[in-house]
Design a protein around this ligand. Structure first.
Ligand SMILES: Cc1cc2nc3c(=O)[nH]c(=O)nc-3n(C[C@H](O)[C@H](O)[C@H](O)COP(=O)(O)O)c2cc1C
Length: 481
């Protein structure tokens, strides 16, 4: 059987049941599930959460369970990709995207997502346990829907995770950013005078959903990259409304089909945006929903908007991989890349082996064009722990000079969800800081700067905390420094 959401959950149940938090009691889809997720996030605890009895806004129990926090733990996400050490995601993910695997087409009767097919008035999106997240949100938002459309010039499909506000049983708002490939396709269909065919698929293996989020060229199908991450071809099936002109994963949980009507914009939001603040209403396209297909026992995949669940695997892994691939091609001394959730997607840390002068700034210049959301690049040496933010700030403190090492590029397009730049327009400044020490002045010579302090290796090996204090006592020691 091909990998999909339920094969992944079954594997976890069998091999790692301790990472699952199963809620058997009724729990409201409005705010309650998000509240639990947010509280666990604040405690830095990241179980996969399964809510068996979600309660809809009309007070009824949904027939479908919710899984959320599926992609919240960096280590668990890396393991879902078959990468045993999360520190190696950038290079290994890039390798998988590079080895794309073409999808295969299956017939409708082989597609679990076609077990139930509903058209027209029979469609009611509000029966699915779609979460309402933040206190100003106008209603339930799908956060894990891959909006799939095509470039009408080439027929090439594009998948893009975009939030979808379910306004009523068959009408949604959604917000494709102007910089997205998804929006490019909308403009093209509308310039032809046509409504745009659209399908939204929900629910797949974490490697599949992450692969479908890969940062690619335009126009380029995401399905081969999704196959690369899954390690096997994605099984596709034609949609009910558009046949093989618009394909979706056959083993998804739910597919929503419809059109994006030409030139229709409606207010969307306000919305609790992923950077962590309430975004304003924006005029945005809508989806007129005409058909829905789903598994009889569909599992609804929800997301913790703006939490690690949203950021780690679905946004930051693909970014790390793209930056690694591009920047390593320009600066071979590039060692590793980390996009930390503290900066959401505005910050990126790049580690280099500083063999020659000048490469810090080369790295900054190569990194910025990789994605419009990358605002600040921090380049650090090989002796820093790239995944420890104290090391990054220490590098800023002791290996940089503000006037000498900062690169600023004014007048850049920046991602429109940054409230520090005026919208619309979204023109701002991007740049970076080279926090690397000078390289050795000659081959075989020591670095001009001293490397960081440490106890001699043999002493560090001999002194073990467990020899001085038991685990229970250790757990009660203050954790703030
Ligand atoms: C959970 C989640 C929700 C997202 N919501 C949106 C959204 O509403 N609008 C948007 O333009 N991008 C959104 N993004 C970012 C896009 O998915 C991402 O930029 C994607 O790579 C764009 O793909 P495209 O350029 O191929 O269209 C979201 C990302 C995640 C992980």
């Amino acid at each position: 059987m091909a990998n999909n959401l339920r094969t992944y959950l079954e594997m976890l149940e069998k091999e790692k049941p301790e990472v699952i938090l199963r809620v058997k009691e009724p729990m409201k889809v409005a705010y309650e599930i998000s509240a639990l997720q947010r509280k666990l996030d604040a405690m830095r605890k990241y179980p996969v959460i399964i809510v068996e009895r979600p309660i809809l806004d009309n007070g009824e129990e949904s027939a479908f369970p919710v899984v959320t926090n599926l992609t919240a733990s960096r280590q668990l996400c890396a393991e879902a990709l078959g990468i045993s050490d999360h520190r190696r995601v950038a290079m290994e993910y890039a390798g998988r995207v590079a080895h794309r695997i073409d999808p295969v087409t299956v017939s409708k009767d082989q597609a679990p997502v076609k077990e139930v097919i509903e058209h027209g008035e029979d469609v009611n999106l509000l029966k699915f346990p779609i979460l309402t997240h933040n206190y100003m949100d106008p209603g339930p938002y799908i956060g894990t829907g891959f909006v799939t459309n095509t470039d009408p010039d080439t027929g090439i499909d594009n998948c893009s995770l975009q939030r979808i506000w379910v306004k009523s049983p068959r009408r949604t708002g959604y917000w494709p950013a102007v910089v997205s490939h998804s929006m490019q396709n909308i403009w093209k269909w509308w310039e032809r005078g046509e409504d745009m065919p659209v399908a939204v698929w929900i629910g797949h293996h974490p490697a599949g959903v992450s692969g479908a989020q890969s940062r690619l060229a335009y126009p380029e199908s995401h399905y081969p990259a999704m196959g690369g991450l899954l390690g096997e071809p994605v099984q596709l099936v034609g949609t009910e409304l558009f046949g093989d002109d618009l394909m979706v994963p056959a083993d998804a949980e739910i597919v929503i089909e419809g059109v994006v009507p030409k030139d229709v914009f409606e207010a969307e939001g306000p919305f609790g945006e992923y950077p962590g603040y309430i975004g304003p209403q924006r005029p945005s396209p809508v989806i007129e929903v005409k058909c829905v297909t789903y598994r009889k026992d569909a599992i609804y995949h929800g997301i913790g908007v703006g939490l690690a669940d949203h950021l780690v695997m679905l946004g930051n892994f693909p970014l790390e991989a793209r930056i690694y691939e591009v920047v390593k091609g320009v600066v071979p001394e590039t060692m590793n890349v980390f996009v930390p959730i503290s900066g959401r997607r505005n910050h990126v840390y790049v580690q280099v082996e500083k063999k020659r002068p000048g490469i810090g700034k080369e790295v900054i210049m190569a990194t910025l064009p990789c994605d419009s959301r990358l605002k600040h690049v921090f380049v650090v040496d090989e002796d820093m722990d790239l995944f420890n933010e104290s090391d990054i700030l220490w590098s800023v403190a002791y290996r940089s000079q503000w006037d000498r090492d900062v690169v600023t590029v004014e007048g850049c397009a920046v991602f429109p969800l940054d409230p520090s730049v005026p919208s619309p327009g979204n023109i701002g400044t991007r740049g970076g800081i080279d926090c690397t020490a000078p390289p050795p002045i000659g081959a075989g010579l020591p670095r001009y700067y001293q490397m960081v302090n440490k106890t001699p290796d043999e002493v560090a090996e001999a002194i073990q905390v467990e020899d001085f204090v038991d685990a229970a006592t250790l757990a009660h020691y203050p954790t703030s420094s």
